[in-house]
Design a protein. Structure first.
Ligand code: AMP
Length: 283
């Protein structure tokens, strides 16, 4: 596996691949890799001739400077995992490489970002869209791989690809979980042993919500049930729990469930000073 640190080198490589008919898969990450990331890389390796994995902790998508500072960075361990997973090229630029000057462009995704992560992390999706656009330009992928774990991010990137006519296919991969149900996340490394033991309650709360939705319990009562369940855990602070239309991500509020529309159950919570998100999509 080759490791590249400059956009110019990666562009030269991906241009050569395109000219020689190779199909390129891209897996953008922020590193501190876990099994969820590796399954994306393995899927990309199965479905393409070459795989670019990027590791870049993107400052413009962090609204909280402490979160950016404390984000785990493990480049050597990450590099050792990627080769065996089928990665061809690891792209690890530094901040000056992708942002030689502060970017001034700002994205506004309308109603898609006036909910959930968009409300609680102002500017986050503009930063995501900026860095993902840059990565698309330098990697020239035929397919780009993202996790359903970041459901709203997938919706934003789908809109980005449509609005800016990026010529690529988005591949969305299901959330990979620990044996106890906790969604794998680089941030899980920052949990204390006690926090790690409590964390599966977040997925259990989503499963409770799923059971209620399947019984056609109205959205307002599903929200109350999840809030009550998580209020029993003194170390968990729920930031939001939302019952939304999985396509538009807009909250469902009516007493009736819209027929034939997939439903997304999404939450963000703080535990041990670590912010975790998870979701389930039904239907
Ligand atoms: P991150 O490094 O957290 O920015 O994640 C990089 C990519 O991996 C994103 O597309 C995430 O949605 C995806 N990802 C993160 N955690 C998981 C997981 N547990 N299962 C599947 N995909 C994931």
């Amino acid at each position: 596996m080759e490791i590249l640190q400059t956009s110019a080198e990666l562009q030269a490589q991906t241009e050569h691949w395109r000219k020689t008919g190779r199909r390129i898969g891209l897996v953008p990450t922020m590193g501190a890799l876990h099994e969820g990331h590796l399954q994306l890389v393995e899927a990309a390796a199965r479905e393409n001739d070459v795989v670019v994995t990027s590791i870049f902790v993107n400052p413009t998508q962090f609204n909280n400077p402490e979160d950016f500072r404390l984000y785990p960075r493990l480049p050597e361990a990450d590099a050792a995992l990627l080769g065996p997973a089928g990665c061809t090229t690891l792209f690890m630029p530094d901040v000056a490489q992708l942002y030689p000057a502060p970017s001034v462009l700002r994205f506004d995704f309308g109603t898609l970002e006036r909910v959930m992560e968009g409300i609680h992390r102002p500017g986050h999706f503009s930063g995501v869209a900026t860095v993902v656009s840059k990565l698309f330009h330098v990697s020239r992928p035929h397919r780009a791989y993202f996790g359903q774990k970041d459901l709203q991010q997938v919706a934003i990137i789908r809109q980005l690809v449509a609005d800016l006519s990026f010529d690529l296919e988005l591949v969305v991969f299901p959330t990979v979980r620990e044996a106890d149900g906790l969604a794998m996340s680089s941030r899980n490394r920052r949990l204390t042993p006690a926090g790690r033991a409590t964390a599966p309650v977040l997925y259990q709360a989503l499963q409770l919500a799923q059971a209620l939705v399947e019984q056609q319990v109205p959205p307002a009562r599903v929200r109350e049930a999840v809030q009550q369940r998580l209020a029993q855990e003194p170390t968990i602070t729920l930031e939001y729990f939302e019952v939304a239309d999985a396509g538009t991500l807009q909250p469902l509020d009516g007493p009736e469930w819209p027929a034939g529309r997939p439903v997304a159950l999404c939450l963000a919570a703080h535990l041990d000073g670590v912010r975790l998100i998870d979701n389930i999509v039904l239907g």
